[in-house]
Write a new protein. Structure first.
Length: 267
């Protein structure tokens, strides 16, 4: 296995064909370059350079090694540069997802403000369902998701500041006894049948309207999902529904941090 300083010394000398210039570029002494090349030649078992008092030339083995190594080494260097830029810079693309119509409107506003502040970065918006949040972040399908704050997010997931806090409400069928009440209490929920989590909010509300059970939702649902068969009743003593950005800790880039800051500034 070749070490990095050996690769640097070989490739630079192969291109400069001069020990002095190679030493200057690598910030070492010419003697250090000579020692590194000699050690490399011993490990490989063949001379890589022909040295005379006037010039340095690649041998056939050296030419072959240079031809094979240079493209691969360049690709590695470019990949490292891209990784550094992705981690430290805000240029490129940010993939942002939202859950629900209200979150979509909020995220679109944040994307517009972010684009004004960071025009070098494109924000691509996608709609997600609640069940998509953790898989999409874990599998690197999106960079951030605007969703309901979880009391315990999945492994490796981080949550930003609360961007929106709204009243928690109970969605009940039009004919449900609670539909005629101005408010309900958490104790009242013990006498109801909650709807099992569904793929989409519309599916859950359809079951609610059909009298299959009730569902806890945020107050924005009343505005964005009005239905003639569903009534939304405030839950007086329930904690509010909080919305925040989520991302994976291992992929918390400068773009993610900058977008979170812009979204927080819009509160």
């Amino acid at each position: 296995m070749l070490e990095r300083h050996e690769l640097d010394a070989f490739l630079t000398l192969a291109e400069e064909l001069h020990f002095g210039r190679t030493a200057e570029l690598l910030h070492v002494s010419p003697a250090r370059v000579s020692q590194t090349i000699a050690k490399l030649e011993r490990r490989i078992g063949v001379p890589l350079f022909r040295r005379t008092s006037r010039r340095v030339e690649l041998t056939a083995a050296g030419e072959a090694l240079y031809t094979d190594l240079r493209p691969a080494w360049t690709a590695i260097a470019e990949a490292v540069t891209r990784a550094i830029e992705a981690g430290r810079g805000t240029s490129g693309t940010l993939r942002a997802a939202f859950v629900g119509a209200a979150a979509g409107q909020l995220l679109a506003g944040a994307a517009e403000a972010f684009g004004t502040r960071h025009p070098e970065c494109e924000v691509v918006l996608r709609e997600a369902q609640f069940g998509d949040v953790e898989p999409w972040l874990t599998n690197d399908e999106v960079d951030v998701v605007l969703s309901i704050r979880e009391p315990g997010p999945g492994p490796g997931l981080a949550q930003g500041p609360t961007l929106v806090s709204e009243k928690r409400m109970l969605a009940v069928a039009l004919g449900h006894p609670y539909a005629r009440r101005e408010t309900v209490w958490l104790a009242d929920l013990a006498r109801t049948t909650p709807i099992e989590p569904q793929a989409t909010l519309q599916e859950a509300l359809t079951l609610v309207g059909a009298g299959r059970g009730v569902a806890e939702v945020g107050a924005q649902t009343r505005r964005y999902y009005p239905r003639p068969d569903v009534v939304y009743v405030p839950i007086s003593d329930a904690a509010p529904v909080e919305w925040c950005l989520m991302w994976h800790r291992d992929r918390e880039t400068a773009r993610v941090r900058a977008f979170s800051q812009v979204a927080d500034d819009l509160r």
